[in-house]
Write a protein that binds this ligand. Sequence first.
Ligand code: ADP
Length: 543
Amino acid sequence: MLGLMQDRPLLISNLLEFAERHHGDGQIVSRRVEGDIHRYTWADCARRARQVANAVEAEGLLFSDRVATLAWNGYRHLELYYGVSGSGRVLHTINPRLHPDQIAWIANHAEDQVLCFDLSFLPLVQAVHARCPTVKKWVALCDADRLPADSGIPGLVSYESWIGGQPDTYDWPSFDENSASSMCYTSGTTGNPKAALYSHRSTILHAYAACLPDVMCLSARDSVLPVVPMFHVNAWGIPYSAALVGAKLVFPGPALDGKSVYELIEAEGVTFAAGVPTVWQMLLGHMQAQGLKFGKLNRTVIGGSACPPAMINAFREQYGVDVLHAWGMTEMSPLGTLCTLKNKHLSLPAQEQLALRMKQGRAIFGVDMKIVGDDGQELPWDGKTYGDLLVKGPWIVKEYFKGEGGNPLQAGNWFPTGDVATIDADGFMQITDRSKDVIKSGGEWISSIDIENIAVAHPAVAMAACIGVFHPKWDERPIVVVAKKAGAEVTREELLKFYEGKTAKWQIPDDVVFVEAIPLGATGKILKTRIRELLKDYRLPGL
Ligand code: ADP
């Protein structure tokens, strides 16, 4: 016997209709590419998203056709999120930090029909447009009077004229909630990029989950700043979750430096912000240098790569901001785990609480996880045994767009994350490493994350990356590549001494290599492949 409840599909357009009806005067504030601040409301956003849907219809796009963006976080991008997906087309957010060849490859692979871009990316579009034959319309996200005269891009229109003539009435269509809504290519550190193709259903379920108290704890009282880009896994789903609860949204546009982000947080009463560690590094650096404090910011989600304990501490102790360490990936929409304590942990001494907060956290309902050994057998949740981390759930990919790379799932529909982790008896997962970054020294494993965390706790170190290098006896030994803070000094010997007592002796790196800057990838993560390339002729001292 089936239940007798209404079978209403979960659709992205429902979120916007809800936000308009119940939080119509809720604010959306954006720093624009032009540099000024733009303000409007959820009702305005809904009205313009309907114009977007009409513009997409007018282009003759069919159900599931792709509309691409190369854009910063801002209100026009938000309108595309809702207008494109809501009308049944697929929003393809492209990461503008990728190499132009990769961007052209991705646009062709996705068969994008319309591509909307911020003017900051005009040179990029000029470089790739001739190689994107499927794109029949190029739209610059600007006012008509800002459209560059001689762009060299045939038929280029401004966004405002593209949607301007369209009616602001539109009946959002109803369709199967499993229909594709948006897509995001993984950074592709190995091989060609592969696309996760999200559905309306997966997006809504993820949006619900993200708002839970032990996840982002979002509400109508929050002012939310996603520093994490809308071109990277839908800004961790915040544009959807904010509509679901009617939160104020604050978009940083292209200005991601510490000063600009700090000013926006203060001016807009931001209570909650989300981003990768490298962005927060810049913010903290600015605040420390200027002796600044936060007004209302009380919590921040940090993920994408391991958040150093020194950062968790600085936020908590100097600024009274709770750091919620999160883990996920493009293939998981992206949220998998988030670190919040259980009731029984609240009475633990500060040091023990910090040890827990450093972990990537507990699974969100909807995400099942387990760790397995080389033989595929499940390993115990004892907080010590490490193994390959597998996940499954309704917002995790079952295969990639166009079947790229074959079936990624293992027996029982488990998706292998490529991460190595421990899980403790309370279900707190901790990433030891990415399986390809773990250092194998004499049959023992050394976590590159642990080695990096110690280095960045040194006051003179701005950023650190640990890689394994060849050793004839031990196979691999760790070295740490370090970028110093401006004006700060530390020698190789001082830094190696700093490791003493903080980790087992045999895990202390064999050498320190100082560099001007650590290379970062398209999503702000340390690019270890590039570091390995740069150091390909490096030999350990004494070998
Ligand atoms: P890509 O794989 O394309 O670089 P993703 O954003 O999908 O981009 O990256 C997912 C990976 O990032 C995870 O598999 C994991 O290795 C790493 N990661 C994400 N969050 C954390 C975290 N909090 N701590 C450590 N690693 C993390």
